[in-house]
Design a protein around this ligand. Structure first.
Ligand code: PLP
Length: 452
């Protein structure tokens, strides 16, 4: 850090401040974690300086033998960890991994005549009519993914993301009465819509998904099943999600981020069956430029960590902690979407506290509790203000907190939410400073027993 300080002290200060924030606040963001020192150190090295476009053994640059070593080891660990036929570890993020996967499926399944005439223009210049024409060129290929308010992700076909422009998209939701996925309704929708890609996986669904049934549905309508396991990859790696709930044996293509429950560096990955391997390996140069070899090194270290038996205990503890946190909240009167959780996350419907998600998120942040607002199914407050708070346990579990501490955390959260009043707008809240500072101090004291 002193080397950084000598060049740009403000960045050194920001790094120090970030460490202090992460040490002292309760990190309940379901997509965050704490990577190990080995993973962090593997990220910061001379591989960052090397160009290596291409794939293992087939590079557009000379001098890539050490990158080949790193990428081969990372891919081998990934295949072994998840039991996959093929692993592509280059994607820089989850979005990249999904884009690689979508292009791979299009490449494997669809002829793409006529794209050339758009080459002179930037993608951002394409009008809705151009996109419609492009989609016609693709044969109006269809994607069916989970709706955002049910817990799906932007990259599963929503308009602000390119997936929503490339594909004629529809989404499936959850049963309005239970908040649970309704496979019969999904099957009926898939039969009627006949998508090329059925997308499974989520960012904010607190229950298990049966990927065996999803594959049956995909096969029945001639679709490819692609599962984005970004959120729960750590639970798959840790053998908590097995059988019907492990996507890898069922989906032809599985994408993931590496930095959430999997506890690796920021990054993405695509796993697939042999049928899609060649197309997936075209991720660079189709979608990606030179691979981040230093990040592939860190991915290899993280996958090696996840292959240790202790990672299975960690994954089980994530789920046990999520259940304890959810139960602690519900016992104190909080309303949870689907009345609980089976995985690493839960969604609190904060409308029962008279708050929007935005107001609740800010009140919790004032009190040293970091969460994010999230839509609940059929959210009356829309996707910006929302009516929910998403919470997850991967990070606190890494710190070593257990079920007893989760009950303390539930008590702190409930105290803040119950004491917060809505302010003059959906983004403003009123919380007595004496409560926020008391809860912040209690949170810091609790975390002091679990040093980072
Ligand atoms: N897929 C899912 C299910 C996610 O939850 C996320 C991120 O939150 C992503 C993809 C995108 O990952 P990244 O932020 O690495 O692009």
């Amino acid at each position: 850090i002193e080397a950084v300080r000598a060049v740009e002290p403000r960045i050194a200060d920001a790094i120090g401040a970030e460490l202090a924030d992460q040490r002292e606040s309760l990190k309940l963001i379901a997509s965050e974690n704490y990577a190990s020192p080995a993973v962090l150190l593997a990220m910061g090295n001379w591989f960052s300086d090397k160009y290596a476009e291409g794939t293992i053994g087939r590079r557009f640059y000379a001098g890539c033998r050490n990158v080949d070593t790193v990428e081969s080891i990372a891919a081998e660990h990934a295949r072994e960890l998840f039991g996959a036929e093929h692993a592509y570890v280059q994607p820089h993020s989850g979005i990249d991994a999904n884009l690689v996967a979508y292009w791979a499926i299009l490449g494997a399944k669809v002829e793409l005549p006529g794209l050339a005439k758009f080459n002179a223009r930037t993608v951002n210049d394409l009008s809705d009519a151009d996109w419609a024409e492009l989609r016609r060129e693709f044969g109006n290929q269809r994607m069916l993914g989970m709706s955002l308010d049910a817990g799906g992700h932007l990259t599963h076909g929503f308009r602000p993301n390119i997936s929503g422009k490339m594909f004629d998209q529809r989404s499936y939701g959850v049963d309005p009465a239970t908040g649970l996925l309704d496979y019969d309704a999904l099957r009926a929708q898939a039969r009627e819509f006949k998508p090329l890609i059925l997308v499974g996986g989520y960012s904010a669904y607190p229950r298990l998904v049966n990927f065996r049934i999803m594959r049956e549905i995909a096969d029945e309508v001639g679709a490819v099943l692609m599962v984005d396991m970004a959120h729960f990859a750590g639970l798959v790696a840790g053998k908590v999600l097995t059988g019907d709930f492990d996507p890898v044996p069922h989906a032809q293509v599985v994408t993931t981020t590496t930095h959430k429950s999997l506890r690796g560096p920021r990054g993405g990955m695509v796993l697939c069956t042999g049928e899609f391997a060649d197309q997936v390996d075209r991720g660079c140069p189709m979608v990606l430029g030179g691979p981040l070899s230093h990040m592939m090194a860190a991915k290899a270290v993280a996958f090696a960590e996840a292959r240790q038996p202790s990672f299975q205990d960690y994954a089980q503890a994530i789920v046990d902690n999520a259940k304890a946190l959810a139960e602690g909240l519900m016992r104190r009167g909080a309303k949870l979407v689907t009345d609980g959780t089976d995985n690493h996350l839960a969604i609190i419907d904060v409308s029962s506290y008279g708050l929007t998600g935005r107001q609740a998120e800010l009140a919790l942040l004032d009190s040293g509790i970091v969460t994010n607002r999230n839509s609940v199914p059929r959210d009356a407050n829309g996707a910006w203000y929302t009516s929910g708070i998403r919470i997850g346990t991967p990070a606190l579990t890494t710190r070593g907190l257990g079920a007893t501490e989760m009950d303390v955390v539930a008590g702190l959260m409930h105290e803040v939410l119950a004491a917060t009043q809505p302010g003059e707008s959906k983004a403003k809240h009123v919380l007595d400073e004496s409560i926020s500072s008391k809860v912040s101090a209690q949170a810091a004291e609790l975390l002091g027993n679990f040093p980072l």
